[in-house]
Design a protein around this ligand. Structure first.
Ligand SMILES: Cc1cc2nc3c(=O)[nH]c(=O)nc-3n(C[C@H](O)[C@H](O)[C@H](O)COP(=O)(O)OP(=O)(O)OC[C@H]3O[C@@H](n4cnc5c(N)ncnc54)[C@H](O)[C@@H]3O)c2cc1C
Ligand code: FES
Length: 371
């Protein structure tokens, strides 16, 4: 769907700025003004932070880059940060977090930024974006946030360790910092199944050709195997001297972290960004049960393959959420009774009237939550 399909008249933006400021001071006029401005150009809305799709690039068979022009009120980003992107898919509001995949210089020069999304099998938002989002469409956005940035460390030697779509924040950091920091030593070790799955393959090779302080290593796991100690040691013998940025599927990050620590990288030199929790039902001791959503008066059967957030959504509820990975706490609600397992810590919570994060909690038997 197109959130708003008004014509673009960028040339009138300047002359409307004083009206925008006036409208912001009065409640009724603000609402009316918001409506009018949005009709002229959705990006002028003083209330909603939005962005227009200005280009779409196919990166691989299942990954696309979306280039956005955001509202003037969007504050920009540091390379490595993420933001919330929202759409309305078949009448349902969906939002997910995505890392910015473009450089800060692109934003300064052109006023645009990109995200790069990989389709997840059965994923609601990634597939909707892939199949429906078109140039000129408008999406909701949040301000950029996050600490997975090079600004957090003075380290001169950096190792980016990525798998699959985990390359996106690294791409933003590389394209932003390589032109500015010739004294810094960057290495990227990027794990993909095969050459067809390498996102940004050409762009990464161009960076490696252009910058002598950047070493690129792509590992094809179909032929070279999954990440392991020998492979890591041979590809990056000086990992212990580097600040490591780690991003990829949960299983990859867990193994990579253990290997790095075994190779002498201390925990305080490993920074990681998690893109999502994948449910490993077999790892759970007891799964499933019934969840009673007491405010809605609705009960849902749980087979252990869904979090409480997913169960609530499947039951037609509209619970609050943000990152869906346990970072932001937007999904917090009270569990009135029963046991839930936290997917990040593995701990089972039994206490009554306890706050839980629904996006990372799986029911263990009969549970009542205040949703
Ligand atoms: C900080 C942050 C940055 C992110 N940046 C990017 C990015 O740059 N590019 C990108 O493609 N994605 C990124 N993601 C992941 C993104 O937010 C969505 O989770 C992803 O697009 C899947 O959403 P969906 O609606 O399609 O799947 P859902 O309908 O939410 O989930 C469908 C199924 O897939 C599983 N699942 C959900 N997310 C993942 C995942 N990431 N990996 C494996 N299984 C998953 C769920 O457990 C569920 O079983 C980021 C997430 C976070 C928290
Ligand atoms: S949605 Fe962010 S912690 Fe649950």
């Amino acid at each position: 769907m197109r959130l708003v399909s008004a014509p673009t008249i960028q040339s009138r933006i300047g002359s409307l700025m004083f009206l925008e400021k006036f409208w912001q001071r009065n409640g009724f006029i603000q609402t009316y003004g918001d409506f009018l401005l949005s009709e002229i150009d959705p990006l002028l809305s003083p209330r909603r932070l939005q962005a227009r799709v200005v280009a779409i690039r196919q990166e691989t068979a299942d990954a696309k880059t979306y280039v956005f022009k955001p509202s003037r009120r969007w504050k920009g980003f540091q390379a490595g940060m993420h933001l919330q992107v929202g759409v309305e898919a078949q009448g349902v509001a969906l939002s997910r977090y995505y890392s910015v995949s473009s450089s800060v210089q692109q934003f300064v020069r052109e006023g645009t930024f990109s995200i790069t999304v990989k389709r997840i099998p059965q994923g609601r938002m990634s597939n909707w974006l892939f199949d429906n989002l078109q140039p000129e469409d408008i999406v909701r956005i949040g301000q950029a946030d996050g600490e997975f940035t090079l600004e957090q460390t003075p380290a001169q030697k950096v190792l980016f360790l990525a798998a699959g779509s985990g390359i996106t924040p690294m791409m933003s950091m590389l394209t932003t910092h390589l032109p500015q920091a010739p004294e810094r030593d960057f290495q990227l070790l990027y794990y993909c199944c095969n050459p067809d799955e390498v996102i940004f393959a050409q762009a990464l090779q161009s960076l490696a050709d252009q910058y002598p302080n950047f070493k690129l290593e792509v590992v094809h796991t179909d032929t070279e195997g999954l990440i392991n100690a020998e492979q890591l040691a041979s590809r990056c013998a000086d990992a212990a001297e580097r600040e490591v940025f780690l991003c990829g599927p949960g299983g990859f990050m867990q193994v990579a972290r253990e290997l790095l620590e075994a190779q002498g990288v201390t925990a305080d030199h490993i920074r990681q960004e998690s893109f999502g929790v994948r449910l490993d039902v077999n790892a759970l001791e007891q799964t499933g049960g019934e969840v009673f959503f007491s405010k809605a008066g609705v009960e849902a059967e749980a087979d252990g393959s869904q979090t409480i957030l997913m169960l609530a959504e499947s039951a037609g509820l509209k619970p609050k959420y943000g990152c869906r990975t346990g970072i932001c706490h937007e999904c917090k609600c009270v569990k009135k009774s029963g046991a839930v397992r936290n997917l990040l810590t593995g701990q089972v919570s039994l206490a009554e009237n306890e706050a839980i994060q629904t996006c990372i909690s799986v029911p263990q038997g009969k549970v009542e939550v205040a949703l």
